[in-house]
Design a protein around this ligand. Structure first.
Ligand code: CAA
Length: 384
């Protein structure tokens, strides 16, 4: 068993760390407060090759492995999870979905600009009445021979306004349940698309979250991904990989909060000594460190399995659930260690705590991950 990283993986992590600490950190509080979309940072990440990290270079991607991707995600998320989620959706949902299941023409036309980061993608699965219950899609795509007509509303769409390319999940045959669901590549500027206002969120406030409405939107037949009826499995398999990215994001939020808490505990004095010398604080930090290390092992294992082309759906659900839950615990303790200072924006930990909450909700709630894991237990697929 090998627990070390390659030179290349370490270089990628360092590049992400440098960018996050030197550039993202500077204006993260203002972006969060005013919900400012981080346009210049998304462009800079594209230049670093971070918007299509795992895409084959023949489709203009970075050709990096999933382990490198999670290392970069962790570093970016330590500082700004709004930027991290923009990166994550583009990399692990949109680019991966297109590269894995798209045909050659689709990859040439749609994947290449996304992998270069010239264009941004969005993944449109959730609906007002279909979040966790993803098979209950109400958005319809009616077959009209050469094209489909798309009607319906999607909710909580990351990159909903800035994306040029949408991957839309819709029902083509309402009588066929999940087998009547398809996935489509949709040009965001097609006639009949309208985008709702920016959601005023608790955390990750500068990422671009919107509802998207489709009214008689014409989608060419060649934009359907895969065989007829493949859309639900497309969404599920794509989310298996997406959840590794969100697990890495949650891990980054937790480790960012931990690092701030350690620094503060070594400087702040109370009762005549630095507070790290008080067992009440020291034991909190010890618990936080153990949780982060455990979370890191789960994320890296899921990414490693993906790189080895071994099944990783269950590992990804475990990593997502655990990392998100400990991110909430660790950030809450980081605020507690900071006392009153933790409750004000300048110390960053309150923002990390708000960001942690979303990792328990999107790309499958913590409860949905337990559904996935417990069903695998019932099928005798989890054995130690
Ligand atoms: N891989 C391949 N196939 C899968 C699969 C997977 N991971 N999971 C399910 N399937 C298949 C099943 O085998 C089944 O196929 P058959 O009928 O041919 O056997 C079919 O899909 C239906 O599966 P289920 O019966 O298990 O479906 P279900 O209705 O019980 O739902 C669920 C399963 C796991 C709860 C699923 O609905 C789910 O994951 N829900 C959460 C959705 C989610 O994560 N949403 C996040 C939105 S995206 C987002 O947040 C992006 C963003 O912008 C940040």
């Amino acid at each position: 068993m090998e627990f070390s990283f390659s030179e290349e993986q370490l270089m990628i992590r360092q590049a992400a760390r440098d960018y996050a600490q030197r550039e993202l950190f500077l204006d993260v509080i203002e972006r969060d407060e005013k919900s400012i979309y981080p346009e210049k940072h998304v462009k800079a990440l594209a230049e670093l090759g971070f918007m299509g990290m795992m895409v084959d270079p023949k489709y203009d991607g970075g050709g990096m492995d999933a382990v490198s991707y999670v290392l970069a995600m962790e570093e970016i998320s330590k500082v700004d999870s709004s930027v991290a989620v923009i990166m994550s959706v583009n990399n692990s949902l949109v680019c991966w979905g297109l590269e894995t299941f798209g045909n050659e023409e689709q990859k040439e036309k749609w994947l290449k600009p996304l992998a270069r980061g010239e264009k941004i993608g969005a993944f449109l699965l959730s609906e007002p009445e279909a979040g966790s219950d993803a098979t209950s899609q109400r958005t319809t795509a009616e077959d009209h021979g050469d094209f489909y007509l798309l009607n319906g509303t999607k909710n909580w769409i990351t990159n909903g306004n800035t994306a040029s390319t949408y991957l839309v999940i819709a029902q083509t045959d309402t009588s066929a349940g999940h087998k009547g669901i398809n996935a489509f590549i949709v040009d965001r500027h097609s006639a009949g698309i309208s985008v709702g206002p920016h959601e005023n969120k608790m955390g990750m406030r500068s990422s671009d979250t919107h509802s998207v409405m489709f009214t008689d939107v014409k989608v060419p037949k060649e934009n359907r991904i895969g065989e007829n009826g493949f859309g639900f499995k497309f969404a599920m398999q794509t989310l298996d990989g997406g959840r590794i990215g969100i697990a890495a994001q949650a891990l980054g939020i937790a480790s960012g909060a931990y690092e701030l808490a350690v620094k503060y505990a070594k400087q702040r004095k109370a009762f005549g000594t630095e507070i790290i010398n008080h067992q009440a604080v020291a034991f909190k930090l010890a618990d936080m460190a153990v949780k982060i290390e455990t979370a890191r092992l789960l994320v890296l294992k899921a990414a490693w399995l993906k790189d080895q082309h071994k099944p990783y759906g269950i590992a990804s659900a475990m990593a997502k659930q655990y990392c998100a839950d400990i991110a909430m615990e660790v950030t809450t303790e980081a605020v507690q260690i900071h006392g009153g200072y933790g409750y004000v924006k300048e110390y960053h930990v309150e923002r990390l705590m708000r960001e942690a909450k979303l990792t328990q909700i999107y790309e499958g709630t913590s409860e949905i991950q337990k559904v996935v894991i417990s069903r695998a237990i019932s099928r005798n697929e989890i054995n130690f």
